[in-house]
Design a protein around this ligand. Structure first.
Ligand code: F6R
Length: 563
């Protein structure tokens, strides 16, 4: 979380606008507040605003051409959401500005050290120690990792210097890209302009100084050589394709993604080879451990169910943060991690535990250049393109489908039926699950087996974007407690046609029940993959009717890179 963007050029240019454009695309990483710093008439000019990027853009009218600009979009971890606490943070003498993502764990120690040099900080934000330590290090700044502990990436610029200084410890992403005129820094390649044709990824314990568009790299304070890699930005991330929200756009992409995945997993030679490798590996283990968070965890739970049902092999889905060193992982076993972003800190921590126990890790990942992908033995791409809306929709369906296709080669009829069913479900979603005319004060979503997991996912989506209390529950379990909450202002959504008793119990207490009938699984064994779509559309419409922005739910960020 938190997005860093910056640029530098030999000739003064509209780098402030370019930075604002980059930050706009990175806004999914945090949208509490934002800020920029650029060199203007020999001094660092800082502009900050609380709220979305528009607020910052409104404060940044007619910026001058400049040779350097850095910017940040924040998801607050320590220090309240305020202009003062937002980035960039300045050194006490005002000569160094820093934008930062991550956590400085020895913050208190740094504060004490700085105090000994007479430097008092103005905010409670850990970032503020960085420009001050850089100031103390002066010409020895490539040694910065010795002084800072934690997981971080940051980008600094100095008054009068027009330089950029970058550092990375741990796994948070930071990329350098270039085109003919400009060099760019970004937390995500997604935000790099289409003109960028070469990139370099910063790695653990590296620093980099960019002077006159020329980067020089150090690893642990020793100079290293790094080569530019070819890069081709093949999409326009900011394009909503005629939809008013990314969430709606992304849900509407599900049929095309379903088709894309089926084609790739049936006929792409590289994917077929990896699939064969995976299946061979599966034959050697007694248990599969799946690890993921949030929506990806729900996909993991469904895939675990399918592995047990189809392969009669034990499969356990773990919430990544609940896996710990004492969790009993049966031997021999294999792990599958699932992640849209590939940067989720809780899942990376689970991977540490799996690796300590020598369990091979397979990733199902949408961002195949991500840290989770890099740390896995085999990576199966989810082929969704960028997912911008904070609430994950298309990637959930993609992960479930890829999981199914790894386990089984479904015949052409089943695959064709899934594509037809997905298109039809999307078209009829609002009829299948209409937005209620009166807003319920709570929503229960219930089902059994896979339908229970779909209920969990539907509930997560609804609570995320509507801020209404919504709970997914196993249908028959309702009577063992939560039924006491049901009243005549309760809405229950029932997945499947096998929860008649629970439905009747809700109705008997005045609750309203809407049932989403299960498709004919005999005829269409993959249909559950897109059965979630009506609930996704329901969440979207309800959020809009409540005046919420479904793309940026309050308090959340897309890529959760903190533990
Ligand atoms: C919910 C949602 C989150 C993510 C979770 C894991 O709509 O998007 O629950 O699923 O933060 O993120 P990834 O999949 O990037 O590891």
């Amino acid at each position: 979380m938190c997005g860093i963007f910056g640029c530098q050029s030999l000739q003064p240019q509209n780098l402030v606008e370019k930075t604002l454009q980059g930050l706009k695309i990175l806004e999914y990483r945090g949208y509490d507040s934002a800020g920029i710093a650029y060199n203007a008439t020999n001094q660092l000019k800082i502009i900050k605003a609380v709220g979305g990027l528009e607020r910052l853009a409104n404060k940044t009218t007619t910026p001058p051409p400049t040779n350097v600009c850095i910017g940040h979009t924040r998801w607050a971890t320590n220090g309240a959401v305020s202009v003062k606490n937002s980035h960039p943070h300045l050194s006490a003498d005002g000569s160094i500005a820093v934008v930062h993502n991550g956590i400085i764990e020895n913050y208190q120690q740094c504060v004490t050290k700085l105090a000994k040099h007479g430097i008092k900080l103005k905010t409670p934000v850990d970032t503020e120690v960085i420009p001050n330590i850089l100031y103390l290090l002066s010409h020895n700044k490539h040694n910065i990792h010795k002084y800072l502990q934690g997981q971080y990436v940051f980008c600094a610029t100095e008054q009068l210097q027009n330089n950029l200084f970058l550092a990375k410890k741990g796994s948070l992403p930071l990329y350098i890209g270039r085109d003919q005129q400009t060099i760019y820094i970004s937390s995500d390649t997604l935000a790099l302009p289409q003109s960028v044709n070469q990139i370099i990824a910063m790695e653990d314990l590296e620093t980099c100084e960019i002077i006159n568009q020329q980067p020089t790299f150090y690893h642990n304070n020793h100079p290293i050589r790094k080569d530019w890699q070819p890069f081709n930005q093949s999409f326009v991330a900011s394009d909503k394709n005629g939809f008013t929200t990314y969430m709606e756009k992304e849900i509407n992409e599900i049929p095309a993604i379903t088709q894309r995945i089926i084609t790739a997993y049936q006929s792409d030679p590289t994917i077929r080879t990896l699939q064969r490798q995976f299946r061979t590996q599966l034959k050697t283990v007694n248990c599969v451990h799946l690890c993921a968070c949030g929506t990806s965890y729900h996909a993991a739970k469904i895939i675990a169910h399918i592995i047990e049902r189809e392969l009669h092999l034990r499969a356990i889905a773990h919430i990544s943060s609940e896996l710990n060193a004492t969790t009993l992982l049966a031997e021999p076993s294999l792990a599958i991690v699932i992640s849209q972003s590939g940067e989720t800190a809780d899942t990376l921590a689970a991977m540490d535990i799996l690796q300590q126990q020598n369990i091979p890790i397979i990733a199902l990942c949408n961002v195949t250049t991500s840290t989770i992908a890099k740390r896995s033995q085999i990576v199966f791409p989810l082929l969704c393109g960028p997912e911008i809306a904070v609430a994950s929709t298309k990637v959930f369906c993609a992960a479930v489908l890829v999981g199914c296709l790894l386990i089984n080669d479904y015949n052409t009829i089943s695959c064709d039926n899934l594509i037809k069913y997905t298109t039809k479900t999307l078209r009829n979603a609002r009829k299948l699950l209409p937005t209620p005319s009166k807003i319920p004060h709570q929503i229960f979503i219930i089902g059994k087996g896979i339908n229970y997991t779909l209920a969990l996912e539907a509930a997560l989506k609804i609570k995320e974007v509507t801020y209404l209390h919504c709970e997914g529950y196993p249908a028959n379990e309702l009577k063992h407690g939560p039924l006491s909450l049901v009243d005549d202002n309760t809405l229950a959504i029932v997945f499947g046609d096998d929860s008649a008793n629970a439905s009747a119990e809700i109705q008997a207490r005045g609750g309203k029940v809407v049932t989403l009938l299960s498709p004919d699984y005999q005829h269409n064994p993959l249909a559950f993959v897109s059965q979630i779509i009506p609930a996704q559309i329901f969440a979207l419409d309800l959020a809009l009717s409540l005046g919420n922005n479904p793309d940026k739910p309050r308090n959340l960020a897309k890529s959760v890179t903190v533990l």
